[in-house]
Design a binder for this molecule. Structure first.
Ligand code: AMP
Length: 213
């Protein structure tokens, strides 16, 4: 099963993507996580990506597309995967479809986690991310059982630079301009499913499971 998760930054698509991946035993592929791992390891890609991410901008397609297409060619992707944060532009979606078509494959579902902008801004200020393993929490909706430390690996939790209010505004406008058109793109392909992302995490998860089963 191949799934694309869509939704504004902070809509909760990453949290849902991880749960779906665990449920179906497929890899969770997050371009944001891949870029953050590169930043942490001080790679050339990480340095380039950081300059865009810190401003709330998208990393250019030429740095993003090949990275994902290569990842999808790895063995663990043979029985499917869930893409979280990719595609984020129409050219990325077209490149993905082209690469899949070349292998006689296609995307099965695009799940849009729909949340209005007003909810996004208040949610993002409460987000916390682990500096060690990248796990994400929310101080109200999904707190770590270890307070300011990660309940998975114990490292410190932080408010990511790109989750700060001034950057969130920018990310939201970038989302509306460049990523939201993907909703229509996947609707046109007949695979778009929309879920109400304002419900609590468990309800959203159940709704998605109902769609995928
Ligand atoms: P995320 O963790 O998915 O919210 O991604 C964090 C940041 O990484 C985004 O705000 C972008 O700067 C960058 N990023 C992640 N995925 C992509 C993508 N598919 N295309 C371009 N930039 C991306």
């Amino acid at each position: 099963m191949k799934i694309v998760m869509l939704g504004a930054p902070g809509a909760g698509k990453g949290t849902q993507a991880k749960r779906i991946a665990a449920q179906f035993g497929i890899p969770h592929i997050s371009t944001g996580d891949i870029f953050r791992a590169n930043i942490k390891n001080g790679t050339e890609l990480g340095k380039k990506a950081k300059s865009f991410m810190d401003q709330g901008l998208l990393v250019p397609d030429e740095l993003t597309v090949d990275l994902v297409i290569d990842r999808l060619g790895q063995d663990d992707c043979k029985k499917g995967y869930i893409l979280d944060g990719f595609p984020r532009t129409i050219p990325q979606a077209e490149a993905l479809d082209k690469a899949l078509a070349g292998k006689g494959e296609k995307m099965d579902y695009a799940v849009d986690v729909d949340v209005p902008d007003e909810n996004i801004i208040s949610r993002m200020s409460g987000r916390r991310a682990c500096t060690g393993c990248g796990a994400t929490y929310h101080i109200v909706y999904n707190p770590s059982q270890k307070g300011d430390n990660c309940q998975v690996c114990g490292e410190a939790l932080i408010l990511r630079d790109d989750d700060k209010p001034e950057t969130v505004q920018k990310r939201l406008s970038v989302y509306h301009e460049q990523t939201q058109p993907l909703i229509e793109y996947y609707q046109g392909k007949g695979i778009l499913k929309t879920v109400d992302g304002t419900k609590n995490m468990d309800e959203v998860f159940e709704e998605i499971l109902g769609i995928l089963k």
